[in-house]
Ligand binder design. Structure first.
Ligand code: AGP
Length: 612
């Protein structure tokens, strides 16, 4: 996610753009930039760092002008630095672009433009888009609007754009597909932004651009069309949020926003990696180390907390599809043992922040022992992403809530793609199986969407049990890591003691804890151990335990036994774990809110544990 802001009107654009970017920093904060237009000439300033670093850099440089665009970045293509910061400018300087999203086919477009003499300064997909617009504008002898429209017709991916053309200096052009973009409607002034927070102080009238809509904005008004040049009569709506609520997308907490973002964030993880027909995978980040993966004696996955849980799911996925032995280690334990690893081992380090000290130390140890190390990180340019030999970014966007939710599902989605890709490369999976498995993976966002529609049911369960002092989470197979993750979520934000266990382990001790006061959460989705989990539920019920079960839609067996069931769509493979975790994320959230806890910043916790 990135934040974009644009302004055209009668006021000084600079302070509006800067304050707007400050409100959007939750969407990304690794670099920032502005273009302020004075008499047709854009002054462009951009730096690595936060908006405050940009303001310091600009100092008393020229910033007058009543048109401007700005950007605060969450890097996806190209490390966070001054050159990759937005605005990006086309080669001949005619188009200035800020972009939120991912252009999936930018490599192909870049090759075609290079063949036509275009050169590139940054590593970004956005610069490619700016040059494509300029190429069409100059060689097609079309208007700036048509050049943008024709260029976007060639683009595959997600975009929220603000574009300025130096030849048409009295307007801005905005466009979106998949990435959010709203237009604020003032009196002879207009605002473009990723959400309404940058301009709620100026107007409460907005137009929400639809997908593949393009807007041409001048002081006289806006004209909205589809990419196919059909005029759109967009409805002007009234915002009823304040700026703080808008930053959270109208949600009460960032955690809830991020739980509900998962259909999009998991889709963003797939972008550019799952083919248009969902039957091929492209994982450019691991291609340099594929020989290591193809010949690996063993894969060791290291991580902490939720990332360690993702690693446990990675174990199931790699052993099932890639047929490579996997060990999953707490990074903190791994680094202090004297592990026996060598150049035949591949270590996968998982980290949302990319800054976790224990995980970084585990990487250093693995590299010292000669292992090939692959990173699965969410923050581009983070320490871990720079310390590893190769990697795959999760593209989940900034995760503000301390309790990790969308980063977890993005991590597992990456591990699933890696396992399938390697499995197919080793011919463990037929082309038909490969296509089926990719298709099921690709359907995860819509399945999560279905679960989120039933959030109220989860809330009702939370209302019944938020005063409990202990919870037990039980699962089998690929749902055992889900049990652990559900228990961690509850612990860290509601401060209720909760334990995750393999369901079969219950009879080896934890069953002694079961009584009518302890809710026992079973993940009872239909897989090869379903019958066993049904037996486990019977054992708990026989001891007057309270059973809350995550089941597949239409399950009548468990529904007849459990006190409460929360339904999720049926999955035929381990990707079902990506869907089954969502009710548990919601349950922990609603319980924490009912207990009056600080959901986004739980006590004693930090978002990134950069100390040992
Ligand atoms: C997860 O909800 C926790 N906030 C915590 O366990 C976290 O997963 C752990 O600290 C690892 O962080 P990382 O993924 O940034 O390395």
């Amino acid at each position: 996610m990135c934040g974009i802001v644009g302004y055209i009107g009668f006021r000084d654009a600079y302070p509006i753009i800067i304050n707007g970017l400050r409100r959007l920093e939750y969407r990304g904060y690794d670099s920032a930039g502005v273009a302020i237009v004075d008499g047709g000439t854009p002054y462009i300033y951009k730096v690595k760092g936060k908006v405050s670093d940009l303001v310091d850099f600009i100092g008393d440089k020229p910033t007058s002008g009543t048109i401007g665009i700005g950007h605060t970045r969450w890097a996806t293509h190209g490390a966070p630095n001054d050159i990759n910061a937005h605005p990006q400018v086309s080669m001949h300087g005619k188009f200035v672009v800020v972009h939120n999203g991912i252009i999936e086919n930018y490599s192909i477009l870049k090759k075609k433009l290079t063949a036509r003499g275009y050169t590139f300064h940054s590593e970004t997909d956005t610069e490619v888009l700016a040059d494509l617009i300029e190429y069409i504008y100059e060689f097609g002898h079309v208007s700036a609007e048509d050049a943008v429209r024709f260029a976007l017709a060639k683009v595959r991916g997600a975009y929220g754009l603000a574009v300025y053309c130096t030849d048409e200096s009295d307007k801005l052009i905005a466009a979106r597909s998949s990435s959010p973009l709203v237009i604020g409607i003032g009196q002879k002034e207009y605002f473009i932004a990723s959400d309404a927070s940058p301009f709620v102080d100026f107007t409460d009238q907005v137009v929400y651009l639809d997908n593949e809509n393009i807007a041409v904005i001048s002081r006289e008004g806006i004209v909205i069309k589809t990419i196919k040049n059909v005029v759109v009569n967009a409805e002007t709506k009234k915002i009823d949020f304040d700026s703080d609520e808008v930053e959270k997308g109208g949600f009460e907490h960032f955690m809830l926003k991020e739980i509900f973002e998962q259909p999009r964030s998991v889709m963003d993880t797939f972008r550019g990696r799952i083919s248009e027909h969902h039957n091929q995978l492209t994982l450019g980040g691991i291609m340099p180390v594929m020989p290591h993966l193809m010949n690996a004696r063993r894969i060791i996955i290291v991580g902490c907390g939720t990332s360690w849980h993702a690693g446990l799911l990675g174990e199931y996925l790699f052993e099932e599809y890639a047929r490579i032995p996997v060990e999953v280690e707490y990074a903190s334990e791994f680094r202090y043992r004297n592990p026996i690893i060598n150049s035949q081992d591949v270590v996968i380090a998982i980290s949302q922040s990319g800054e976790t000290a224990d995980t970084l130390a585990a990487i250093q140890l693995a590299k010292k022992c000669g292992a090939c190390v692959i990173g699965v990180c969410n923050v581009v340019g983070s320490s871990i992403s720079r310390a590893t030999d190769a990697g795959v970014y999760t593209h989940a966007g900034p995760e503000i809530g301390v309790a990790s939710t969308k980063a977890f599902t993005a991590q597992v989605a990456v591990l699933a793609m890696m396992a399938l890709f390697i499995g197919r490369s080793k011919y463990n999976i037929s082309a038909e199986q490969y296509s089926e498995l990719i298709q099921e993976l690709y359907s995860v966002p819509s399945m999560i969407e279905e679960v989120l529609k039933k959030a109220d049911k989860v809330k009702r369960v939370a209302e019944l049990y938020y005063k409990a002092s202990n919870f037990l989470y039980l699962g089998r197979g690929c749902y055992y890591p889900v049990a652990l993750e559900g228990a961690l979520k509850l612990k860290e934000i509601s401060y209720i003691h909760a334990e995750g266990y393999p369901a079969a382990e219950m009879k080896h001790g934890p069953i002694a804890l079961v009584d009518e006061k302890m809710p026992v959460i079973f993940i009872a989705c239909k897989d090869k151990s379903y019958e066993k989990i049904v037996s486990n539920i019977q054992v708990v019920k026989a001891r007057r335990g309270v059973v809350i079960a995550i089941v597949n839609e239409g399950d009548t067996t468990v529904a007849a036994m459990a006190d409460y069931v929360l339904e999720v769509p049926k999955c035929n493979t381990a990707v079902g774990a990506l869907v089954a975790v969502v009710p548990l994320q919601l349950l922990s959230y609603y319980i924490a809110v009912l207990r009056g806890c600080n959901v986004d910043q739980p006590r004693n916790l930090a978002k990134s544990v950069t100390v040992e």
